[in-house]
Design a protein around this ligand. Structure first.
Ligand code: GLN
Ligand code: ZN
Length: 778
């Protein structure tokens, strides 16, 4: 038996985000298409070489994209939406960026999906999250008129490029069913699955052409097999793959991110030459797959975690692989669980991480090395990798017992928690009474979501402080001046519940992570979020605790400047967890609960400092939902409990707010309600308040589905457009028709940090004027 190694995909940005910088230069008009393509070519060459250096049997070609791989497929299959009005002679790359970024009209305005656009400008393709990752893909648009044709040679050119460099190539394609499923119907009553028959012949052409180029294996990704699929979609797989089986290439069907569950047998039985499964997310299914997959087929086991940054415990991985190796006589491939797109490039750039922590990590390049070691052991040449195995064992053992990771005080805190810890002392009705008496706010109180414009001066001050050019006292003074400015402006505007404006925060998770124990920050751990945009998530490596208050001084200072209530501003445990790399040596729910206790301490300290209203932001609660519904109840139970732990250390008079960026909560509204925040603020303006309807429905007990107070956003903060008074009045009247007016607040959709002061002041002034008009109506 032989073992082969491969990867499903590699990060595209480059060791130093070369692609990002080249893209941005191109968009600014500083470099042309050819220069941009050259950077792409250099990156691919380097990334293939890294795969070759690690002894992989194939380099993977087709995973690269200048913006997004789904957009590449839109061009490969020639289904660019007609609304862009592309002319035949427009270069491929220029059409590509128009789909990705929209087209400006003569006034330099990129229309968004809501506007009535003329022929000169049009909005970009919608962007949405790639399964449960933080990567966003461009959503293909389908109508009954959609046609497919082989329309781009990019993939074939890249294959030729890799071959010229002397590599053995495995090409990768997004499978036809996932491609259609991830798209969106742009016509009522139309079913995009009906396009399958038109699409398959183009896939056949692509496969045949790859075969002609001498590509033996094509990895065809069908990650939707990890979803709860409608029957029609599931049933379409057999037909589709029988048709693709006519082409001569060997197909490796790749699944990842989620258990196959009810699709396991289907995946095993499709007429393909091999199957890749994610043994990190669904180790329990490996035996079943090994049994069901015919022995003449290749089994590719995703054994190295492609979604996280921890060094693989190679002995544990081998213990998982061995029984499968023994059972199957066929060819075995090993790989990361999914594309390495979701992890940073290499540890080589991490010069500041301490040596111990660094030894616990593996980024993309290091994961390639792990595959090499695993293969050597499986093929009987353990001696050749003895040193690597030893180093791994030492690192894994150290991590397992390190006092930096495991803290008795944190464990004790969780162990000692009792039943009532995640409950406020009194019911919402009781709290509402005492809070009304305490704050005496007008009907329809006005507030904002937390951040005010992050002006260039604020950013410059923060950067100077980080570089050591501005000392702590100078920085503090500068931030205090910004806070004072925000307070004064809010008072002048006549807002009822103020915020300090978050001037001191660079990022709503990083700010807290930097002050909590158990978090580390990388220098260069960038991961692509969309296009040229990358994020650098914190690493939660150890038990989380709060050594000292994090926001109290700033908030108390802000409160000292005004008689009006100052709302404290915190990020919630679920969001902190969701936007970080999370340790893999204990359940995520435990890490989440540790963060919850740390936030609770901050909430209690704010209360003690005289802050009567405290907002705990949880914009990421919905995106944490598991891909399969079977996982929802456990997740929701732990997520809502974590929030309540963070919020329940205060007395009835203290008002807890939460904020979420969307309001598409119909399917989880009972759980959102069970978080029991006194007030929730949500984004609703772009849906014209339609999304609020669910909140006003009736629950099983005959009450409102969302019984507590609600601030539905009255204007979109994503554009500088200033909403009129009339518009806000109209939206709030609509809101008052669905939920009890006595429970309503008035606020923007989200924080204002990306806005400038002029439009912010104009919009908020209209918002306050609208509130006054509406109060007169009540
Ligand atoms: N309080 C944060 C802000 O206003 C909330 C941001 C968010 O919801 N993502 O910026
Ligand atoms: Zn928001």
């Amino acid at each position: 038996m032989t073992t082969r190694t491969h990867i499903l995909g590699f990060p595209r940005m480059g060791a130093h985000r070369e692609l990002k910088f080249a893209l941005e230069k191109h968009w600014r008009g500083e470099i042309d298409h050819a220069a941009l393509e050259e950077v792409g070519g250099q990156l691919r060459a380097r990334h293939w070489q890294a795969q070759r250096d690690a002894g992989l049997d194939y380099v993977t070609v087709g995973d690269f994209a200048c913006y997004d791989h789904v957009a590449n497929h839109i061009q490969l299959f020639g289904c660019e939406p007609a609304r862009f009005g592309f002319k035949g002679d427009e270069p491929e790359l220029s059409r590509y960026f128009k789909m990705a970024r929209g087209v400006e009209d003569q006034a330099g305005h990129v229309h968004d999906a809501g506007c009535d656009h003329g022929s000169e400008g049009t909005f970009a393709l919608e962007m949405t999250k790639w399964f449960d990752t933080n990567y966003h893909y461009l959503v293909p648009e389908f109508t009954a008129a959609t046609q497919f044709k082989l329309a781009s040679t990019r993939l074939f050119d890249e294959v030729a490029e890799a071959q010229q460099a002397g590599h053995a190539v495995k090409a990768v394609l997004l499978g036809p069913l996932s491609f259609l499923y991830l798209g969106k119907e742009k016509e009522a009553g139309f079913d995009r699955l009906s396009l399958l028959d038109a699409l398959l012949p183009v896939y056949e052409q692509v496969l045949n052409r790859l075969k002609q180029q001498g590509v033996e294996w094509v990895q065809i990704d069908e990650p939707i097999l990890g979803l709860d699929l409608p029957d029609a979609w599931r049933n379409a797989f057999e037909r589709a793959y029988w048709q693709l089986a006519r082409s001569a290439s060997k197909l490796l069907l790749a699944t990842y991110f989620s258990p196959l569950s009810d699709n396991l047998r289907l995946a095993c039985q499709l007429p393909v030459a091999g199957l890749h499964v994610d043994a990190v997310r669904a180790p329990q299914e490996l035996t079943g797959v090994a049994d069901w997959l015919a022995t003449h087929k290749v089994l590719s086991i995703g054994i190295v975690d492609g979604r996280n940054i921890w060094r693989t415990d190679l002995d544990a991985a081998l213990a998982t692989l061995r029984p499968v190796v023994d059972k199957r006589r066929g060819e075995l491939w090993i790989a990361p669980s999914c594309s390495l797109l979701h992890v940073p490039f290499s540890l080589a750039a991490e010069k500041k991480l301490d040596a111990e922590l660094r030894s616990w990590l593996a980024f993309a390049v290091e994961k390639l090395g792990e595959l090499r070691v695993l293969r050597a052991v499986l093929d009987g040449s353990e001696d050749s990798v003895a040193e690597e195995l030893e180093a791994t064992r030492a690192a894994v053992a150290a991590r397992r017992s390190s006092p930096r990771v495991h803290r008795a005080d944190v464990a004790l805190r969780l162990a000692r928690s009792v039943a009532g810890d995640d409950q406020r002392a009194s019911s919402f009705g009781q709290r509402q009474r005492v809070q009304r008496a305490r704050f005496a706010l007008p009907a329809l109180p006005t507030t904002t979501i937390g951040s005010f414009p992050q002006t260039p001066e604020i950013r410059a001050a923060r950067a100077a402080f980080k570089r050591g050019e501005l000392d702590a006292a100078g920085y503090r003074e500068k931030m205090r001046a910004e806070i004072a400015l925000a307070v004064r402006k809010q008072e002048e505007l006549g807002i009822d519940v103020l915020v300090h404006g978050e001037a001191e925060r660079n990022d709503m998770v990083e700010y807290f992570g930097e002050q909590l124990d158990g978090f580390a920050f990388t220098a260069n751990g960038w991961v692509q979020s969309y296009g040229s945009r990358c994020v650098k998530p914190p690493v939660i490596f150890g038990d989380v605790a709060r050594p000292a208050p994090m926001t109290v001084e700033w908030t108390a200072y802000a409160q000292s400047l005004t008689q009006l209530p100052m709302k404290g501003m915190l990020t919630g445990p679920v969001t902190i967890l969701q936007w970080s790399f999370v340790r893999d040596d204990q359940p995520r729910s435990v890490t989440c609960e540790q963060i919850a206790w740390a936030i609770r301490d901050e909430v209690v300290d704010l209360e003690a400092a005289g802050i009567g209203i405290i907002q705990i932001d949880e914009p990421a609660i919905r995106e944490g939902l598991p891909l399969r519904r079977a996982g929802w109840p456990a997740y929701l139970k732990s997520a809502t409990r974590a929030f309540r732990i963070s919020a329940s250390g205060v007395c009835d008079q203290t008002q807890v707010h939460t904020h979420m960026c969307y309001s598409e909560f119909n399917d989880i509204l009972p759980e959102i309600a069970a978080m029991d925040a006194d007030v929730i603020t949500i984004e609703t303006s772009r849906s014209d308040m339609e999304l609020l309807r669910g909140f006003g429905g009736e629950n099983s007990a005959g009450g409102f589905r969302y019984p507590n107070e609600i601030g539905p956003g009255v204007y979109d903060i994503h554009s500088p457009r200033v909403p009129s008074v009339g518009e806000i009045v109209r939206l709030m009247r609509k809101a008052a028709g669905v939920v009890p007016p006595g429970n309503l607040w008035i606020n923007p959709d989200c924080g204002l940090k990306t806005r400038g002061w002029p439009e912010t002041e104009a919009a908020l002034s209209n918002m306050v004027a609208a509130a006054k008009l509406l109060r007169a109506e009540l």
